[in-house]
Ligand binder design. Structure first.
Ligand code: HEC
Length: 109
C-alpha cells in the first residue's frame, strides 16, 4: 500500500515535467517543418521575438489561441517593434492553432 502511494507521488512529480518536455519537442519539430526557424528559435532571438518571450508577454491571458493562430498565418508588425513578419500561407489552420497553443503554454521562465 505504502509502495503504491509513493509510486503515485513519484509519477505525479515526474509526469508534468515530462509533458512539458514533450511539448517543447513537438513545438520544435513544428517550427522546423513550417520554416519558422528562419526567424524564431524557442529560447534565443534570431529575428523577431523568441518563443519563450512570446509566452511571457501573454502569460496569464486566456482566449488568445485563435488570435495568435491568425497572426501566425497572416504575419504582421508593430507588436515587437518595426520588424515585419511576412504571411505564412503554407501553414495549415490546424498547425497554426497547434503552434499557437504550444507557444502560449511554454514555460516563460
Ligand atoms: C521572416 C521572419 C519570420 C518568419 C519566417 C516567421 N516569423 Fe513570426 N515573427 C517575426 C517578426 C518580425 C515578429 C514580430 C511581429 C510584430 O512585432 O508584430 C514575429 C512575431 C511572431 C509571434 C508573436 C506575435 C505577437 O503578436 O505577439 C509569433 C507567435 C510568431 N511570430 C510565430 C511564428 C511562427 C509559428 C512562424 C512559422 C510559421 C513564424 N512566426 C515565422 C518574423 C518571422
Amino acid at each position: 500500500m505504502r509502495t503504491w502511494l509513493s509510486v503515485l507521488v513519484f509519477a505525479g512529480l515526474v509526469w508534468p515535467a515530462h509533458n512539458a518536455h514533450a511539448d517543447v519537442a513537438q513545438l520544435n519539430t513544428l517550427l522546423q517543418r513550417n520554416n519558422c526557424v528562419a526567424c524564431h528559435l524557442i529560447d534565443k532571438r534570431k529575428y523577431g521575438p523568441h518563443m519563450r518571450e512570446v509566452a511571457a508577454r501573454y502569460a496569464g491571458k486566456t482566449g488568445l489561441v485563435d488570435q495568435m493562430a491568425r497572426k501566425i498565418k497572416n504575419g504582421g508588425s508593430g507588436v515587437w517593434g518595426e520588424d515585419v513578419m511576412p504571411p505564412q500561407p503554407h501553414v495549415t489552420d490546424d498547425n497554426a492553432r497547434l503552434m499557437a497553443q504550444l507557444i502560449l503554454s511554454l514555460d516563460s521562465r
